[in-house]
Design a binder for this molecule. Structure first.
Ligand SMILES: Nc1nc2c(c(=O)[nH]1)N[C@H]1C(S)=C(S)[C@@H](COP(=O)(O)OP(=O)(O)OC[C@H]3O[C@@H](n4cnc5c(=O)[nH]c(N)nc54)[C@H](O)[C@@H]3O)O[C@H]1N2
Ligand SMILES: Nc1nc2c(c(=O)[nH]1)N[C@H]1C(S)=C(S)[C@@H](COP(=O)(O)OP(=O)(O)OC[C@H]3O[C@@H](n4cnc5c(=O)[nH]c(N)nc54)[C@H](O)[C@@H]3O)O[C@H]1N2
Ligand code: SF4
Ligand SMILES: [Mo]
Length: 757
């Protein structure tokens, strides 16, 4: 078909290529939505290097949601109790600009906060950084990646000297042992998982290990499932390291030549004997030994992880402890091996490249680095010292800043914090205290709309042109191929207009996203995420490109005596020359080129279960739904697939609490409560319960998982422990009895009191 368009799936970080073709309303074979309206047809793009024509149900049905319940015009209100009235863009911009000026005068630039999203395109991210961190001079830009990938970011930076997943999807076909920890890839990164699973089935020798307290679809497909107690990952990882040491299955050549800090690490792991580890993790010793054996016997081990690792009060330590295993066994920089974080959102990677967290700057630069700041000030035509040397507020400190009256303007875009932030009771009451909240979304309403004074209609995927980077560093161009509804604008256009109205006309003279992209890639020159070789033209003509990608095609391979020696050693060992991977020359981005071992003991959960709250609640995802359902809740095929929320409970725990399958259960934590029908299943470890995150206030009745969770975060990455909090369960039927008894008792007290008067 000639008029089809190649683009990228806007859902998950796998980053599958899509080929969409327009509705041919004259033929009866046209794809239609549930109301019978003809819609664009979606197919997998066979020429996309990351997905080779594959798509999952989310990508395949995306077109059914793009036209429903869209926010069409800017709207405004004075206070949250008023109703919205339609306003012009002019009026909305004036109000925002006026507030920015007022806040700068009264509170300083740090009174302004923006909370963005891994669902931005890179161009949106970049312009937001230029506006906030450059022109306004506050680093208070954070993104929902804080809840998602920030532990992986911190782990890579500390272990390798720079962010950036070192592996690529070809490794899925080449590994001898895939070690999946804290990831349910079968449901959440299905196309990555399918590729891996195909390889595991074909290559009988290749092994799949899954570490997850739940028997997920991913775990069901494994050769070995370690159903550890939540929060005991570091015990397990150090336990594996201990056995590898005992058995001499380590690579001393690599450790000596390419790393630092091994002896401190060895001091730590000696404390993790199999007996101790098996007990703490609550798994059979044989499972631990088997996992270590698979590591020991495999020439190439590939670790994959996501939220079961990152969303933890020791998230960075967990990531670094995974990397330790790769360093001690030289499982990095060669095909089929390496530590590979699976990125959650479609462009969380692009966000990292563009500096989209409160402690980083575009081009993998750091707020704390004076050279980095001055490079940007010069490039942006700003005065020296304009960029603040202090990391800005992470999202949770935006919430606490609201509580303390330190935030004068909160600007939210492409995320739905009234569902996805921890401790929702507290989060919502902080949002109610915001003097002015601007909220930019494609849909209306979402749960966050209720907390906004100004809502701005965002053009979404398919209505704007921009780039996104997937987990394997592959950049794909997403072109606009449909008109924008109503008065919707691209996020970057909105940011740029505010910049111009504030007087930064020089800085925001962009007419197209191609111009934004052209400027941004200049900032990646000679940086680890170099993309100067990428342009819209090249991406259009040649298709997706992977970074590093410089203008000069020839990779500068400076073969020092040391690296020359090492890469030939590696070639022999792996039998294959290094390909599209980072660190193939075994030189890391640290000052001395060596990777760093990390010596971390296990700390366990921030809120361990106790007598009152005896169970650990974990919260995650289902195959069909995407986060807060703004799109997938409007797609019939998906709502039929997952009609209701539920709570997974092990039969032993169900008996203890007296709950029948299907019965409504109240879940209580120290912060709030919610209710879910019980799903009694052995797929969850005893002592742990699971609920999906997808049912916010607009989609269910008292089914918000995050009313229960707490904001305790990793001290390094500041990523909250969204994966675990302590809860108690009460059957709702006995609640009624409980409250009846209580009411009766109360009435008696009142009666007695009145009699004694
Ligand atoms: N279908 C679907 N796919 C998605 C998304 C979606 O909303 N829907 N969202 C995307 C995004 S943004 C993200 S971040 C990813 C998330 O992808 P995943 O991380 O794979 O998904 P989750 O379900 O959040 O959590 C993964 C697993 O962590 C396990 N876990 C909980 N606690 C622990 C622990 O202490 N240790 C270990 N080892 N495991 C633990 C849970 O049991 C769960 O099975 O998915 C992306 N893909
Ligand atoms: N307990 C618990 N909580 C969690 C998690 C968990 O595992 N457990 N996971 C966390 C993680 S990893 C994540 S990533 C977050 C996700 O949480 P959110 O980011 O809050 O979830 P989404 O539903 O993806 O929200 C994205 C919003 O952006 C809008 N949108 C889409 N495209 C565009 C666009 O181009 N421009 C604009 N302006 N808007 C657009 C959508 O309509 C939608 O409202 O949740 C976090 N919260
Ligand atoms: S695996 Fe992810 S990127 Fe691929 S089609 Fe599914 S949701 Fe889209
Ligand atoms: Mo995420």
């Amino acid at each position: 078909m000639t008029d089809s368009v190649k683009t990228l799936c806007p859902y998950c970080g796998v980053g599958c290529g899509l080929e969409v073709s327009p509705p041919a309303s004259t033929t009866h074979a046209t794809h239609r939505d549930s109301q019978g309206k003809p819609i664009w047809k979606v197919m997998g793009d066979r020429s996309h290097p990351s997905s080779k024509g594959m798509v999952c149900v989310k990508g395949a049905t995306i077109m059914e949601a793009v036209d429903k319940d869209r926010l069409l015009y800017p709207m405004m209100r004075e206070s949250l109790s008023d109703s919205f009235r339609r306003v012009s863009w002019d009026e909305a911009f004036d109000r925002i600009v006026q507030q920015i000026k007022t806040v700068i005068q009264t509170q300083g630039a740090d009174g302004i906060c923006m909370y963005g999203s891994g669902q931005f395109q890179t161009e949106d991210y970049y312009i937001a950084q230029k506006l906030l961190k450059g022109c306004l001079g506050t680093n208070n830009f954070d993104a929902n990646s804080r809840l998602c990938m920030s532990s992986a970011v911190a782990g890579y930076i500390q272990s390798f000297g720079s962010d950036g997943p070192p592996c690529c999807y070809d490794d899925l076909d080449l590994t001898d042992c895939a070690f999946l920890i804290g990831t349910n890839a079968a449901d959440c990164h299905p196309i990555v998982f399918n590729r891996l699973h195909k390889h595991i089935k074909k290559d009988r020798k290749a092994k799949l290990i899954v570490v997850d307290p739940r028997t997920t679809k991913t775990a069901e497909a494994s050769d070995l499932h370690l159903a550890i107690k939540p929060g005991t990952d570091i015990d397990l990882l150090n336990g594996i390291a201990h056995l590898l040491m005992l058995w001499g299955k380590i690579d001393t050549f690599f450790i000596d030549e390419c790393t630092q800090g091994f002896s401190q690490y060895a001091e730590i792991i000696r404390h993790y004997s199999p007996e101790v580890v098996a007990r703490r993790c609550n798994i059979p010793i044989e499972h631990l030994e088997q996992a270590a054996k698979y590591w020991a016997e495999s020439e190439r081990v590939l670790s994959l992880w996501s939220m079961g690792i990152n969303q933890s009060s020791e998230g960075t330590a967990k990531v670094r402890t995974i990397i330790n295993l790769h360093l001690m066994t030289a499982n990095i920089g060669k095909p089929g091996a390496g530590p590979f974080s699976l990125t959650g959102q479609p462009n969380a990677m692009g966000g990292r490249e563009a500096g989209g967290l409160s402690h980083i700057l575009p081009g993998y630069r750091s707020v704390k680095n004076a050279t980095h700041r001055s490079e940007l000030e010069q490039f942006w035509g700003l005065k020296p010292g304009q960029i603040s040397p202090n990391p800005g507020r992470d999202v949770w400190s935006m919430i606490t800043g609201l509580e303390r009256g330190e935030v004068g303007l909160l600007w939210i875009a492409a995320t739905n914090p009234a569902v996805s932030l921890p401790d929702l009771v507290r989060t919502k009451s902080a949002l109610l205290q915001s003097p002015l909240t601007v909220y930019q979304d494609a849909y209306y309403p979402t749960e966050t709309t209720a907390y906004a004074h100004i809502i701005l209609p965002a053009a979404q995927w398919s209505e704007k042109t921009g780039t996104m980077t997937n987990s394997e560093r592959m950049v794909t161009l997403s072109p606009q191929f449909r008109p924008r509804p109503g008065e919707a604008k691209a996020d970057w256009e909105i940011f740029a207009e505010v910049g111009r109205r504030l007087g930064f006309t020089q800085q925001f003279q962009f007419e197209t996203s191609a111009e934004v992209h052209r400027e941004f890639v200049q900032l990646t020159r000679n940086r680890p995420c170099e993309m100067t070789g990428m342009s819209y033209e090249r991406l259009q003509q040649e298709g997706p490109l992977q970074w590093p990608c410089s203008e000069t095609e020839t990779e500068p391979e400076i073969e020092t005596k040391e690296t020359g020696l090492l890469s030939s050693w590696f070639k022999n060992k792996a039998g294959q020359p290094p390909g599209k991977r980072l660190y193939t020359h075994l030189k890391f981005n640290t000052p001395d080129g060596r990777a760093r071992f990390a010596a971390f003991h296990s700390k366990g959960l921030a809120e361990p279960p106790d007598e009152n709250y005896p169970l650990v609640l974990t919260v995650g995802r289902l195959y069909g739904h995407w986060h807060t359902q703004t799109r997938t809740g409007r797609i019939e095929k998906i709502t039929k697939m997952h009609p209701n929320p539920f709570i997974e409970i092990h039969p032993k725990d169900a008996v203890k609490v007296g709950i029948q399958d299907g019965e409504l259960v109240e879940v209580r934590s120290r912060r709030g409560s919610a209710q879910f029908p019980a799903m009694i299943t052995k797929a969850i470890a005893p002592g742990t319960v699971f609920v999906p995150m997808h049912w916010g206030a607009l989609w269910g009745n008292n089914t918000e998982a995050n009313t229960l969770t707490h904001p305790e975060a990793c001290p390094i990455s500041l990523e909250p422990e969204l994966k675990a909090c302590a809860v108690q369960l009460i059957p709702v039927s006995s609640l009624a009895k409980e409250s009846l008894v209580e009411e009766y008792q109360n009435s008696l007290t009142v009666e007695l009191a009145s009699m004694s008067r």
